[in-house]
Design a protein around this ligand. Sequence first.
Ligand code: UDP
Ligand code: MG
Length: 332
Amino acid sequence: MTTASLKQEMVKETEPRAKKREIAIVVPAYNESTNLEQFRDAVHTVIKDLDQYNWKFVFVNDGSVDDTWAVVQQLATEDSRIQGVSLSRNFGKEIALTAGVEALDNIDAVILMDADLQHPPPLIEEMVAKWEEGFQVVATQRSAIEYSWFREWGSRAFYYLLNKFSEVKIQPKAADFRLLDREVLKVLRNFQERTRFFRGLVDWMGFKKTYIQFVAPARAGGESSFSLRALIDLAINSFTSFSLLPLRITGWLGLIVLAFGVGTLIFMVITGPVLHLTHYTALAYFVVFNTVLTGVVLAALGMMALYIGNIHTEVARRPLYIVDKRVGFNHE
Ligand code: UDP
Ligand code: MG
């Protein structure tokens, strides 16, 4: 035994009841009533052997329309480590994750997991080991394709564009299955932006990070809410863009006018001064040139609509989510 480890042993001896580190598992759940119990059991089997930590669960009911909340309440009464937060409506997974994380304080690490068992619980052990090695973000990456080709290619296109237009490298195929250290959580709390992409924010923050590969199995039960979610997103987006629709139309109009004006101008120059087929008056040039300018101005208005849209969402400053009910929080 080296002196260092001997010393460690002695420290352990002298303070045997040093507070256990606390890890919380945050689970967003949207219509997951059929999976939650199975999920809890699967995770329990894994964390039984990890009793050097204090474990906690936060289930976030993201406005489910089935009896997910009833199941969460039931689980919370069976196990005091389980807490639940119910949002007043469906806010989407990103916000649900935020709500779950913000419901905790003074936690040493958080593990974000889907409720449908597509994030294999046995990986928890490896994640925690990496965390003990000093990694502040332990992320995961799906190594096998388990989604439809449509979704697979959609995901590829999404990451391609995202990485093209953003200054931060965002890992493709990364899953939301992650462990975040308390430092990361502290920073995350200060984020005020409305439209959030949880994984992107975490990637943006940096910190000491590592990846674990895993094969995502099929959903335990129920259906992926992806298409529904996509529809909701679309609805929200089209709603917010609705008020700026006139400006957007103006922008498109501007582009058309611009193209038309430039085309006409080129035609005039070629048939006029170049080929001498006909003669245009100075006024004619002026009128067409003016049309081009008008096109530029209108197109610029359209561009402004995009910026105004961004400002609009930032200025709105609504609460990110509204908690409807809670269960398992002692102070209430
Ligand atoms: N989820 C959520 N709110 C939503 C949609 C999904 O909290 O609006 C949760 C869902 O219950 C699951 C996780 O997010 O725990 C992943 O959702 P899903 O399995 O539908 O997505 P996929 O695995 O197909 O990406
Ligand atoms: Mg899933």
